[in-house]
Design a protein around this ligand. Structure first.
Ligand code: NAD
Length: 480
């Protein structure tokens, strides 16, 4: 029997239980075992956290960029110093391979370092006399208290996407990690507490379904930044509309990979082995929808199938050389199994995988499905698992039309030996990112975010600083 620790949550610099005293379980999905209990927050906890953040905003919003920058650099150092421990916690609550989870901590600390630098060089319109006798200037002020709502697929990394730009620009945050994965955020808050004044970062735990609306609707929350499912994003947008709140929505994805006949097949197959299956395919940018030319289709399908058979997956508690670990929970394995079965019933071909092992944990074999119909569920809906479909297109127009023919618009890629074809295609793809002869790479400096039902707003890059600030025009009647 594993030790089950009961955590407290972090409000206004204090560690506290839920006002109700209620707790809820956190499970290790690799073995279906309870590993911790965390506070199950309700209205009173939301009120306390938002009030603490609102109080802290009064002073944090008046600090200089240098002060905030130095604080975030310290946050990054503290995270690095504790990366091994927090990474292991991340692995335990998500079922990821341990080293992959530890490596995510370095990506998160780099985000804090990037925003620590970027907030010191704000850009804007030149101050001058656009009207005679009046000097105009544009300020970029923080929005206020930000509710930062994170998903379970990269729990602390996604939180860093939100906290970095929000804190760097003078906002204060109430972070709500996903109910399945609160442990890394709680430990992070503990580790970095010495770098931030009380109330600047608060972490409350519990179910989004229970207390999410309370947080979003709280009158002192001025902005909601959510990374999650499109259905959740739409719901949050509707609740936020009543208070006309600013939204930052990073929602679902269904990334197409257009492979033209002149593509390097080995490069495509090697890239997909990683970019389609990393994190068990539980990635909003996963390369899950391959659209291949008639001349390359057969070769690519064979090369991809060979690569996928070599993916090493299993329980991270038992192996340290895995490519991928478990899924996030039984519900996810159930959903993937249903969607794969539906695809096969609809006459798509199962090429590799397709089964759910009998292990005590949430697993699904890395899978390749060929020839699904463009309008079928497996092509149109997010699977969020280790499943790739491969379709055969007839010409460039059809490839681009199929790629764009989903409700999502987060990320996409194109593989070709022709720079002109690549640039033509990149122009016509309706996605926030287009990779060329590549899929998946991101740096703290590059913007990530979608169009259509994948949401709006950018994570990473200087554009995130714009999302977390409001433009204010100040004009002076100078009389000359
Ligand atoms: P989810 O929508 O179930 O949950 C996301 C967060 O929203 C969780 O913290 C959850 O507790 C909270 N939540 C749920 N209901 C709420 C409510 N009514 N009010 C406020 N908060 C509420 O998403 P998930 O299952 O944790 O994550 C997977 C989804 O996230 C996928 O759809 C994936 O594509 C998406 N995702 C998108 C990006 C991106 O950058 N666009 C990145 C990662 C994940």
């Amino acid at each position: 029997m594993t030790d089950v620790k009961t955590y407290q949550q972090f409000i206004g610099g204090q560690w506290v239980d839920a006002a109700s005293g209620e707790t809820q379980a956190v499970e290790n999905p690799a073995v279906y075992q309870q590993i911790a209990r965390v506070p199950a927050s309700g209205q009173e906890d939301v009120n306390r956290a938002v009030e603490a953040a609102a109080r802290a905003f009064e002073t944090w919003s008046l600090t200089t960029p240098q002060t905030r920058s130095l604080a975030l650099l310290k946050v990054a150092d503290l995270l690095d110093a504790n990366a091994d421990e927090i990474g292991r916690l991340e692995s335990l609550q998500t079922g990821k391979p341990v080293q992959a989870a530890i490596d995510e901590m370095a990506v998160a600390s780099d985000l804090f370092r990037f925003f620590a630098g970027a907030c010191r060089v704000p850009e804007g319109l030149a101050v001058t006399e656009y009207l005679e006798g009046h000097t105009s200037m544009v300020r970029r002020d923080p929005v206020g208290v930000v509710a930062s709502i994170a998903p379970w697929n990269y729990p602390l990394y996604m939180a860093a996407w939100k906290l970095g730009p929000a804190l760097a620009t003078g906002n204060t945050c109430v972070l709500k990690p996903a109910s399945r994965t609160p442990l890394s955020a709680l430990r992070f808050a503990e580790v970095v507490a010495e770098a931030l004044p009380a109330g600047v970062l608060n972490v409350i735990t519990g179910s989004g379904g229970v207390m999410g609306d309370m947080l979003v609707a709280h009158p002192k929350v001025r902005m909601i930044s959510i990374t999650g499912d499109t259905v959740t994003g739409k719901h949050i947008a509707s609740v936020a509309a009543a208070g006309v709140k600013r939204l930052h929505l990073e929602l679902g994805g269904k990334a197409p990979v257009i492979v033209y006949d002149d593509a390097d097949v080995d490069l495509v197959a090697d890239t997909l082995r990683f970019a389609s299956y990393w994190n068990s395919g539980q990635d909003c940018t996963a390369a899950c929808r391959v659209i291949a030319g008639p001349g390359v289709y057969d070769n690519l399908l064979g090369a991809l199938a060979d690569r996928v058979k070599t993916i090493k997956w299993g329980n991270p508690l038992e192996h340290d050389d895995l490519d991928i670990g478990s899924l996030i929970g039984k519900f996810q394995a159930d959903k993937i199994e249903l969607m794969v079965n539906n695809a096969i019933e609809a006459k798509a071909e199962l090429v590799v995988g397709g089964h759910r092992p009998a292990n005590q944990g949430a697993y699904f074999e890395p899978t390749v499905i060929a020839n699904p119909d463009q309008r079928s569920e497996i092509v149109q809906e997010e699977v969020f698992g280790p499943v790739v479909t491969v379709q055969r297109f007839t010409d460039e127009d059809q490839a681009i039309a199929w790629a764009n023919d989903v409700k999502y618009g987060l990320a996409s890629s194109v593989f070709t030996g022709s720079i002109a074809k690549a640039m033509r295609t990149a122009r016509r793809l309706q996605f926030g990112t287009v990779w060329i002869n590549e899929h998946f790479t991101l740096a703290s400096e590059t913007p990530h975010g979608g169009v259509k039902e994948s949401g709006w707003g950018k994570d990473g890059s200087k554009y995130a600083l714009e999302d977390y600030t409001v433009v204010k025009h100040v004009t002076i009647n100078t009389g000359i």
